[in-house]
Design a protein around this ligand. Structure first.
Ligand code: FMN
Length: 347
Protein backbone atom coordinates (compact mmCIF):
# COMPACT_ATOMS: atom_id res chain seq x y z
CA UNK A 1 0.00 0.00 0.00
CA UNK A 2 2.97 2.34 0.17
CA UNK A 3 4.84 1.53 -3.01
CA UNK A 4 5.07 4.43 -5.39
CA UNK A 5 6.50 2.94 -8.59
CA UNK A 6 8.13 6.01 -10.04
CA UNK A 7 9.08 7.97 -6.97
CA UNK A 8 11.78 7.94 -4.33
CA UNK A 9 12.67 4.65 -2.61
CA UNK A 10 10.55 3.39 0.30
CA UNK A 11 12.01 4.91 3.48
CA UNK A 12 11.88 4.02 7.15
CA UNK A 13 9.55 6.96 7.63
CA UNK A 14 7.20 5.58 4.95
CA UNK A 15 7.19 2.25 6.78
CA UNK A 16 6.35 3.95 10.07
CA UNK A 17 3.48 5.89 8.47
CA UNK A 18 2.08 2.69 6.99
CA UNK A 19 2.39 0.88 10.33
CA UNK A 20 0.70 3.76 12.15
CA UNK A 21 -2.24 3.91 9.76
CA UNK A 22 -2.65 0.12 9.74
CA UNK A 23 -2.72 0.16 13.55
CA UNK A 24 -5.20 3.03 13.61
CA UNK A 25 -7.52 1.09 11.29
CA UNK A 26 -7.03 -2.21 13.08
CA UNK A 27 -5.50 -3.59 9.86
CA UNK A 28 -2.01 -4.55 11.07
CA UNK A 29 -2.82 -8.26 10.75
CA UNK A 30 -3.66 -7.72 7.07
CA UNK A 31 -0.33 -6.17 6.06
CA UNK A 32 1.34 -9.46 5.17
CA UNK A 33 -1.67 -11.00 3.39
CA UNK A 34 -1.90 -11.23 -0.41
CA UNK A 35 -4.53 -8.79 -1.77
CA UNK A 36 -6.60 -11.58 -3.35
CA UNK A 37 -6.95 -13.18 0.09
CA UNK A 38 -8.60 -10.09 1.61
CA UNK A 39 -12.39 -9.73 1.93
CA UNK A 40 -14.13 -6.66 0.47
CA UNK A 41 -14.21 -4.95 3.87
CA UNK A 42 -10.54 -5.71 4.52
CA UNK A 43 -9.53 -4.35 1.11
CA UNK A 44 -11.50 -1.22 1.90
CA UNK A 45 -9.70 -0.77 5.28
CA UNK A 46 -6.28 -1.27 3.67
CA UNK A 47 -7.13 1.12 0.82
CA UNK A 48 -8.18 3.81 3.31
CA UNK A 49 -5.02 3.18 5.39
CA UNK A 50 -2.97 3.64 2.18
CA UNK A 51 -4.59 6.98 1.49
CA UNK A 52 -4.28 8.14 5.12
CA UNK A 53 -0.56 7.35 5.07
CA UNK A 54 -0.24 10.21 2.58
CA UNK A 55 -1.66 12.57 5.26
CA UNK A 56 -4.37 14.11 3.07
CA UNK A 57 -6.46 17.00 4.36
CA UNK A 58 -9.45 15.89 2.26
CA UNK A 59 -10.69 12.34 1.61
CA UNK A 60 -12.88 11.65 -1.42
CA UNK A 61 -14.75 8.33 -1.30
CA UNK A 62 -16.99 6.78 -3.95
CA UNK A 63 -19.68 4.43 -2.58
CA UNK A 64 -17.43 3.33 0.30
CA UNK A 65 -20.02 0.98 1.84
CA UNK A 66 -21.05 -0.92 -1.31
CA UNK A 67 -20.69 -4.68 -1.06
CA UNK A 68 -19.88 -4.71 2.67
CA UNK A 69 -21.73 -6.91 5.13
CA UNK A 70 -23.48 -5.33 8.12
CA UNK A 71 -20.52 -5.55 10.49
CA UNK A 72 -18.04 -4.31 7.89
CA UNK A 73 -20.34 -1.44 7.00
CA UNK A 74 -20.77 -0.41 10.66
CA UNK A 75 -17.00 -0.55 11.18
CA UNK A 76 -16.51 1.62 8.13
CA UNK A 77 -19.05 4.16 9.40
CA UNK A 78 -17.35 4.29 12.81
CA UNK A 79 -13.99 4.68 11.09
CA UNK A 80 -15.19 7.53 8.86
CA UNK A 81 -16.86 9.25 11.81
CA UNK A 82 -13.57 9.25 13.72
CA UNK A 83 -11.40 10.74 10.96
CA UNK A 84 -10.42 14.39 11.35
CA UNK A 85 -10.15 15.03 7.59
CA UNK A 86 -12.81 16.70 5.47
CA UNK A 87 -14.68 13.80 3.86
CA UNK A 88 -16.42 14.12 0.50
CA UNK A 89 -18.49 11.00 -0.09
CA UNK A 90 -20.52 10.00 -3.15
CA UNK A 91 -23.04 7.45 -1.90
CA UNK A 92 -26.55 6.05 -2.15
CA UNK A 93 -26.21 4.83 1.45
CA UNK A 94 -28.27 7.48 3.24
CA UNK A 95 -27.77 5.83 6.62
CA UNK A 96 -24.02 6.25 6.19
CA UNK A 97 -24.46 9.84 4.98
CA UNK A 98 -26.62 10.64 8.00
CA UNK A 99 -24.08 9.14 10.40
CA UNK A 100 -20.96 10.70 8.89
CA UNK A 101 -21.96 13.95 7.16
CA UNK A 102 -22.97 17.35 8.40
CA UNK A 103 -23.98 18.54 4.95
CA UNK A 104 -25.58 16.61 2.12
CA UNK A 105 -26.07 17.60 -1.52
CA UNK A 106 -28.70 15.55 -3.34
CA UNK A 107 -28.03 15.15 -7.08
CA UNK A 108 -30.53 13.75 -9.59
CA UNK A 109 -30.62 13.93 -13.39
CA UNK A 110 -27.35 15.81 -13.25
CA UNK A 111 -28.95 18.62 -11.24
CA UNK A 112 -28.52 19.72 -7.63
CA UNK A 113 -31.89 18.98 -5.98
CA UNK A 114 -31.18 19.89 -2.35
CA UNK A 115 -28.39 21.00 -0.07
CA UNK A 116 -28.56 20.89 3.72
CA UNK A 117 -28.64 19.01 6.98
CA UNK A 118 -28.99 15.26 6.32
CA UNK A 119 -31.72 14.71 8.88
CA UNK A 120 -33.87 17.48 7.44
CA UNK A 121 -33.33 16.29 3.87
CA UNK A 122 -33.87 12.62 4.64
CA UNK A 123 -37.16 13.41 6.37
CA UNK A 124 -38.37 15.01 3.12
CA UNK A 125 -40.05 11.99 1.59
CA UNK A 126 -41.13 13.87 -1.56
CA UNK A 127 -37.53 14.81 -2.27
CA UNK A 128 -36.36 11.24 -1.71
CA UNK A 129 -39.06 9.80 -3.98
CA UNK A 130 -38.28 12.33 -6.71
CA UNK A 131 -34.60 11.43 -6.55
CA UNK A 132 -35.19 7.66 -6.43
CA UNK A 133 -33.81 7.38 -2.91
CA UNK A 134 -35.09 5.42 0.06
CA UNK A 135 -35.41 6.94 3.51
CA UNK A 136 -32.76 5.51 5.83
CA UNK A 137 -34.07 3.28 8.61
CA UNK A 138 -35.02 4.92 11.88
CA UNK A 139 -31.83 4.43 13.83
CA UNK A 140 -30.14 6.33 16.56
CA UNK A 141 -32.08 9.52 17.15
CA UNK A 142 -28.95 11.59 16.80
CA UNK A 143 -26.43 9.62 14.83
CA UNK A 144 -25.41 12.53 12.66
CA UNK A 145 -23.18 15.32 13.74
CA UNK A 146 -24.80 18.63 14.26
CA UNK A 147 -27.16 20.26 16.65
CA UNK A 148 -30.36 19.79 14.92
CA UNK A 149 -33.86 18.71 14.73
CA UNK A 150 -33.42 15.21 16.10
CA UNK A 151 -35.86 12.46 15.31
CA UNK A 152 -38.83 14.12 13.66
CA UNK A 153 -41.20 11.30 14.46
CA UNK A 154 -41.78 10.52 10.76
CA UNK A 155 -40.47 7.04 11.26
CA UNK A 156 -43.01 5.05 13.18
CA UNK A 157 -41.07 3.80 16.16
CA UNK A 158 -42.61 2.49 19.37
CA UNK A 159 -41.85 4.76 22.36
CA UNK A 160 -40.14 1.93 24.21
CA UNK A 161 -37.94 1.21 21.20
CA UNK A 162 -37.19 4.92 20.80
CA UNK A 163 -36.19 5.16 24.48
CA UNK A 164 -34.00 2.10 24.14
CA UNK A 165 -32.23 3.46 21.05
CA UNK A 166 -31.89 6.89 22.66
CA UNK A 167 -30.30 5.48 25.81
CA UNK A 168 -28.04 3.02 24.02
CA UNK A 169 -26.82 5.45 21.37
CA UNK A 170 -25.83 8.23 23.76
CA UNK A 171 -22.15 8.34 24.42
CA UNK A 172 -19.79 10.78 25.97
CA UNK A 173 -18.28 13.25 23.49
CA UNK A 174 -15.24 15.20 24.53
CA UNK A 175 -15.82 18.98 24.58
CA UNK A 176 -12.87 19.22 22.16
CA UNK A 177 -15.20 17.71 19.56
CA UNK A 178 -18.16 19.99 20.29
CA UNK A 179 -18.60 23.05 18.10
CA UNK A 180 -21.33 25.57 17.30
CA UNK A 181 -24.25 25.50 17.06
CA UNK A 182 -25.25 24.69 20.61
CA UNK A 183 -28.84 24.63 21.86
CA UNK A 184 -30.93 27.76 21.30
CA UNK A 185 -32.94 29.36 24.12
CA UNK A 186 -35.99 27.11 23.61
CA UNK A 187 -33.85 23.98 23.48
CA UNK A 188 -32.01 25.08 26.61
CA UNK A 189 -35.33 25.51 28.42
CA UNK A 190 -36.25 21.95 27.35
CA UNK A 191 -32.99 20.63 28.79
CA UNK A 192 -33.74 22.19 32.16
CA UNK A 193 -37.33 20.87 32.06
CA UNK A 194 -35.77 17.43 31.60
CA UNK A 195 -33.53 18.05 34.63
CA UNK A 196 -36.54 19.05 36.71
CA UNK A 197 -38.13 15.64 36.01
CA UNK A 198 -35.41 13.85 38.00
CA UNK A 199 -36.44 11.73 41.02
CA UNK A 200 -36.07 13.83 44.13
CA UNK A 201 -36.69 12.35 47.60
CA UNK A 202 -38.34 14.98 49.78
CA UNK A 203 -38.77 17.19 46.68
CA UNK A 204 -35.97 19.47 47.79
CA UNK A 205 -34.19 19.98 44.43
CA UNK A 206 -30.80 19.22 46.01
CA UNK A 207 -28.87 20.63 43.08
CA UNK A 208 -28.56 23.62 40.79
CA UNK A 209 -27.01 24.39 37.42
CA UNK A 210 -24.98 27.43 36.43
CA UNK A 211 -24.63 28.33 32.74
CA UNK A 212 -21.25 29.81 31.80
CA UNK A 213 -21.95 32.03 28.77
CA UNK A 214 -19.25 32.88 26.23
CA UNK A 215 -18.68 36.29 27.76
CA UNK A 216 -17.81 34.72 31.15
CA UNK A 217 -15.62 31.88 29.93
CA UNK A 218 -12.45 33.91 30.48
CA UNK A 219 -13.24 34.02 34.22
CA UNK A 220 -13.62 30.25 34.29
CA UNK A 221 -10.39 29.91 32.30
CA UNK A 222 -8.51 31.96 34.91
CA UNK A 223 -9.99 29.87 37.74
CA UNK A 224 -8.87 26.65 36.00
CA UNK A 225 -5.39 28.07 35.35
CA UNK A 226 -4.93 29.39 38.89
CA UNK A 227 -6.25 26.16 40.42
CA UNK A 228 -3.63 24.18 38.50
CA UNK A 229 -0.84 26.62 39.37
CA UNK A 230 -1.72 26.38 43.09
CA UNK A 231 -2.12 22.60 43.00
CA UNK A 232 1.04 21.91 41.04
CA UNK A 233 3.74 24.58 41.27
CA UNK A 234 5.75 22.56 38.70
CA UNK A 235 3.03 22.90 36.06
CA UNK A 236 4.50 24.19 32.78
CA UNK A 237 3.13 27.26 30.96
CA UNK A 238 1.75 24.86 28.30
CA UNK A 239 -0.14 22.87 30.94
CA UNK A 240 -1.56 26.05 32.41
CA UNK A 241 -2.59 27.22 28.95
CA UNK A 242 -4.33 23.89 28.33
CA UNK A 243 -6.19 24.25 31.65
CA UNK A 244 -7.28 27.72 30.53
CA UNK A 245 -8.31 26.49 27.11
CA UNK A 246 -10.66 23.88 28.62
CA UNK A 247 -13.04 26.66 29.64
CA UNK A 248 -13.57 27.67 26.00
CA UNK A 249 -14.48 24.37 24.40
CA UNK A 250 -18.18 23.53 24.07
CA UNK A 251 -20.81 26.03 22.88
CA UNK A 252 -22.87 25.30 26.00
CA UNK A 253 -21.09 24.74 29.31
CA UNK A 254 -23.09 24.27 32.49
CA UNK A 255 -21.70 23.65 35.96
CA UNK A 256 -23.67 21.03 37.93
CA UNK A 257 -23.73 21.79 41.65
CA UNK A 258 -24.98 19.37 44.33
CA UNK A 259 -26.42 20.61 47.60
CA UNK A 260 -25.24 17.88 49.92
CA UNK A 261 -25.92 19.42 53.34
CA UNK A 262 -28.43 17.11 54.96
CA UNK A 263 -30.45 19.51 57.07
CA UNK A 264 -34.14 20.27 56.60
CA UNK A 265 -35.33 17.72 55.60
CA UNK A 266 -32.76 15.12 56.45
CA UNK A 267 -32.20 13.54 53.04
CA UNK A 268 -28.83 11.74 52.96
CA UNK A 269 -26.07 13.11 50.73
CA UNK A 270 -26.03 9.91 48.67
CA UNK A 271 -29.69 10.36 47.76
CA UNK A 272 -29.11 14.00 46.86
CA UNK A 273 -26.23 13.04 44.59
CA UNK A 274 -28.32 10.36 42.90
CA UNK A 275 -30.97 12.99 42.20
CA UNK A 276 -28.36 15.22 40.54
CA UNK A 277 -27.08 12.27 38.50
CA UNK A 278 -30.61 11.60 37.26
CA UNK A 279 -31.09 15.28 36.40
CA UNK A 280 -27.85 15.29 34.43
CA UNK A 281 -28.74 12.09 32.60
CA UNK A 282 -32.16 13.52 31.70
CA UNK A 283 -30.39 16.54 30.21
CA UNK A 284 -27.91 14.39 28.30
CA UNK A 285 -30.67 12.25 26.81
CA UNK A 286 -32.80 15.28 25.93
CA UNK A 287 -29.84 16.97 24.22
CA UNK A 288 -28.95 13.74 22.43
CA UNK A 289 -32.55 13.41 21.20
CA UNK A 290 -32.25 16.92 19.74
CA UNK A 291 -29.19 15.83 17.78
CA UNK A 292 -26.53 17.41 19.97
CA UNK A 293 -23.39 15.78 21.27
CA UNK A 294 -22.74 15.97 25.02
CA UNK A 295 -19.91 15.22 27.37
CA UNK A 296 -19.25 15.49 31.10
CA UNK A 297 -16.02 16.85 32.51
CA UNK A 298 -14.81 16.82 36.07
CA UNK A 299 -11.41 17.20 37.64
CA UNK A 300 -9.65 18.64 40.64
CA UNK A 301 -10.18 22.25 39.58
CA UNK A 302 -13.87 21.88 40.46
CA UNK A 303 -12.94 21.56 44.13
CA UNK A 304 -10.58 24.53 44.11
CA UNK A 305 -11.10 27.72 46.13
CA UNK A 306 -10.96 29.72 42.88
CA UNK A 307 -13.91 27.86 41.44
CA UNK A 308 -15.89 27.95 44.69
CA UNK A 309 -15.43 31.69 44.80
CA UNK A 310 -16.28 32.25 41.13
CA UNK A 311 -19.56 30.32 41.45
CA UNK A 312 -20.27 31.60 44.96
CA UNK A 313 -20.73 28.04 46.25
CA UNK A 314 -22.30 27.95 49.70
CA UNK A 315 -21.32 25.61 52.54
CA UNK A 316 -22.63 22.15 51.73
CA UNK A 317 -22.51 22.80 47.98
CA UNK A 318 -20.17 20.78 45.74
CA UNK A 319 -19.33 21.43 42.09
CA UNK A 320 -19.72 17.94 40.63
CA UNK A 321 -19.02 18.25 36.90
CA UNK A 322 -19.51 20.35 33.80
CA UNK A 323 -22.17 19.41 31.28
CA UNK A 324 -20.91 20.29 27.79
CA UNK A 325 -23.28 20.40 24.82
CA UNK A 326 -22.76 21.26 21.15
CA UNK A 327 -22.55 19.92 17.64
CA UNK A 328 -20.29 16.89 17.47
CA UNK A 329 -17.60 17.20 14.80
CA UNK A 330 -16.77 13.51 14.98
CA UNK A 331 -18.10 10.49 16.80
CA UNK A 332 -15.75 7.88 18.15
CA UNK A 333 -17.15 4.37 18.27
CA UNK A 334 -19.04 4.01 21.57
CA UNK A 335 -17.51 1.89 24.30
CA UNK A 336 -18.60 -1.68 24.94
CA UNK A 337 -21.04 -1.39 27.84
CA UNK A 338 -20.71 -3.78 30.78
CA UNK A 339 -22.83 -6.89 30.69
CA UNK A 340 -25.66 -6.93 33.23
CA UNK A 341 -24.19 -10.12 34.69
CA UNK A 342 -21.22 -8.04 35.85
CA UNK A 343 -23.32 -5.77 38.05
CA UNK A 344 -26.53 -7.63 38.85
CA UNK A 345 -27.00 -10.37 41.41
CA UNK A 346 -29.90 -11.82 43.36
CA UNK A 347 -30.12 -11.86 47.11
C1 FMN B 1 -19.36 13.00 37.04
C2 FMN B 1 -18.64 12.63 35.76
C3 FMN B 1 -17.49 13.32 35.40
C4 FMN B 1 -16.82 13.00 34.22
N1 FMN B 1 -15.68 13.66 33.89
C5 FMN B 1 -14.99 13.33 32.78
C6 FMN B 1 -13.78 13.98 32.43
O1 FMN B 1 -13.29 14.84 33.15
N2 FMN B 1 -13.18 13.62 31.29
C7 FMN B 1 -13.69 12.65 30.47
O2 FMN B 1 -13.09 12.36 29.45
N3 FMN B 1 -14.85 12.03 30.77
C8 FMN B 1 -15.52 12.34 31.88
N4 FMN B 1 -16.70 11.71 32.19
C9 FMN B 1 -17.33 10.85 31.19
C10 FMN B 1 -16.97 9.41 31.34
O3 FMN B 1 -15.61 9.24 31.05
C11 FMN B 1 -17.84 8.58 30.39
O4 FMN B 1 -19.17 8.72 30.76
C12 FMN B 1 -17.41 7.14 30.43
O5 FMN B 1 -16.20 6.97 29.77
C13 FMN B 1 -18.44 6.21 29.83
O6 FMN B 1 -18.65 6.52 28.47
P1 FMN B 1 -20.11 6.77 27.90
O7 FMN B 1 -20.70 7.94 28.68
O8 FMN B 1 -19.87 7.10 26.45
O9 FMN B 1 -20.91 5.52 28.08
C14 FMN B 1 -17.35 11.99 33.38
C15 FMN B 1 -18.50 11.29 33.78
C16 FMN B 1 -19.13 11.58 34.95
C17 FMN B 1 -20.35 10.79 35.34
Amino acid sequence: MAIDLDAAPFTANDARLVDDECAALDATHLAARAPHRLSGGEKRAVAIAGVLAMAPSILVLDEPSSGLDGVGRRRLIDLLCGLPQTRVIATHDLDLARAVCRRVLVLHDGQLQADGDPRALFADHDLLRRCHLEAPPASAPATATGGGTGNDGDDAQAPSEFAQVLIASRHNISPKRLIEPGPDAAQLATLFEAAAAAPDHGEITPWRFVIVPAARRALLAEAFAQALADRDPAATPEQIETAREKAHRAPLLILAVARLGTADPDIPAAERLVSLGCAIQNMLLAAHAMGFGCGLTGGQALGSPQLRELFALADGETAVCCVNVGTAVTHKPGRVRPDAAAFVSSL
